[in-house]
Design a protein around this ligand. Structure first.
Ligand SMILES: [Zn+2]
Length: 504
């Protein structure tokens, strides 16, 4: 059997049908159990301060593979939850790792070295949900009060609070984590809850709008280049605060004008077009051919160029016709990945960042799932389990998790359905609705985000053995899955955000 990374033979005839790729469940389970129960390779040493992020990826991956409960004991899972609670900051929020916890020696002089971290807080809460925890031990009021203090005057959120100063980045990664924490702890209820002030939702939505780019994507700051990671974070954050345009919830492009206050995404069609344009046949360096003016200049060989230049005409009539009449032989679209920016190589993680964005906007069918699935399974799925960033690379935790998440969105049979906004299993996300203390805040409606899309309905909760166990432990409610992040001091970057954006 050829290596999964073997190159497409130049002799391959146009439209040759390849064998259906397979998802190697056993090897993925082995990969993630190794991550959970043994030391990580030494290249991860420098990421010790990102352990909460890794905890999320590992625990949630095993949940998506539906093997968390069968391969861990109840005592082990409670031990994981206790480790997370050990990282809870006394003033609210969670640390990204336990290394800054001074314990009894904490003082006014050294507390600046031990701040809570926003991405770590989202990942901690999500991981606890995956583990079946009821979040009763979370310092909710302190956490929400801390969250409000992390919001900058422009509406964006920072990463840490040090001596009353907001530190860290300000892009939509932090907005995603902030709105995710807010949604878990208080749903979409606006205004003070339990005596704690809310964040300024309108200001946040306006901040996101300012990062929209001319071509419909979303960047880290006004007038910067659009990026799929920032775009996903923005769209999901708007979902957390229930401020997506109405058009995002329908396939009807003539939907009525949005009447919500300050709904995000000013040009929904442009955003969808930009996302669709991220699917590309440029999978590695050898695919980076200049097709401008060449007879191979078709939508299949130069996807980005056609869609980028002719934003209002995608797919262009001329391009469509050209493709039909002159299909290329060397770049037949058997595989199609996603990139994060125009004219970049495909990368495993963007199958999630883009696929999930389209899913949240209810436009997933626009992208070709079979070709994306084939790209992931044929080109970046690693023989040892996990996924690589690019074909031929070793697997890493970040790309391995997002490869799973992307396939879960495509309804890979071996995986539990994924909630695109929370990036955990649908079953894990549904557990939020069952939290007793939360229902007293948000009411029986569950606090918004009640729709998971037709694909997720009725699945996940009853699948696998952990449902039975979770039911016993929680009195009839199903449980979910979890996440991660980082940053130890004011200047430390967070894992989720850093890794999300560093991928190209
Ligand atoms: Zn990547």
């Amino acid at each position: 059997m050829p290596s999964p990374f073997s190159r497409l033979s130049p002799a391959l005839e146009p439209h040759t049908q390849l064998a259906e790729p397979s998802f190697d469940t056993k090897r993925h389970v082995t990969y993630w159990l190794r991550c959970l129960k043994t030391f990580l390779p030494n290249v991860y040493t420098a990421n010790d301060s990102n352990r909460m992020t890794f905890a999320f990826f590992v625990v949630s991956a095993l949940d998506l593979l539906d093997c968390l409960v069968p391969h861990t004991t109840a005592a082990e899972r409670e031990g994981y939850a206790q480790w997370i609670y050990h990282c809870q900051h006394p003033a609210g929020g969670f640390r990204a790792f336990p290394g800054t916890d001074f314990g009894d020696r904490r003082s006014a002089q050294n507390e600046c070295w031990d701040p809570a971290n926003l991405p770590a807080t989202y990942f901690a809460l999500a991981t606890l949900l995956v583990l079946g925890d009821d979040l009763e031990r979370v310092k909710r009021r302190e956490c929400l009060a801390w969250l409000a203090k992390l919001q900058r005057p422009d509406g964006g959120f920072g990463e840490t609070l040090v001596n009353g100063r907001i530190e860290g980045g300000s892009d939509t990664r932090f907005g995603y984590c902030a709105t995710g924490v807010r949604w878990i702890l208080r749903g979409t209820v606006e205004g003070p809850v339990e005596g704690v002030e809310d964040v300024n939702v309108d200001q946040f939505v306006q901040c996101v709008s300012l990062s929209e780019t001319y071509d419909g994507g979303i960047s880290d700051a006004p007038f910067h280049e659009a990026h799929a990671g920032f775009t996903y974070c923005a769209i999901s954050a708007l979902s957390f605060v229930d401020r997506l345009p109405h058009g995002a919830k329908t396939y009807d492009q003539n939907a009525r004008e949005d009447d919500r206050p300050l709904a995000g995404l000013s040009d929904l069609h442009a955003t969808i077009r930009w996302l669709a344009s991220r699917q590309t046949a440029t999978l590695d360096d050898d695919d980076e051919v200049d097709t401008n003016g060449d007879e191979t200049d078709t939508p299949s060989t130069c996807h980005d160029a056609h869609t980028f230049v002719r934003l209002r005409g995608f797919p262009s009539e001329q391009g469509e016709q050209s493709y039909k009449e002159r299909p290329t032989s060397h770049l037949d679209l058997q595989w199609a990945g996603f990139n994060g920016r125009c004219n970049k190589l495909a990368d495993t993680c963007y199958a999630f960042w883009v696929g999930a964005s389209l899913d949240v906007l209810h436009k997933a069918p626009i992208a070709s799932r079979p070709r994306s699935r084939r790209y992931l399974l044929d080109r970046t799925q690693h023989p040892a389990g996990g996924f690589a960033k690019h074909p031929g690379d070793p697997p890493d935790i970040y790309h391995s998790y997002l490869g799973l998440a992307a396939l879960a969105l495509m309804r890979e049979p071996a995986l539990k359905p994924l909630d695109a906004v929370m990036c955990v299993s649908v079953a894990a996300r549904r557990c939020v609705d069952g939290l007793r203390w939360r229902r007293s805040i948000v009411g029986e409606g569950g606090g918004g985000r009640g729709e998971e899309g037709e694909e997720g309905k009725g699945e996940g909760v009853t699948k696998g053995t952990e449902r039975t166990e979770g039911t016993e432990a929680r009195g009839g409610e199903s449980r979910p899955a979890a996440p991660s992040s980082a940053g130890t001091t004011a200047s430390a970057s967070d894992g989720f955000a850093y890794m999300a954006i560093s991928g190209g």
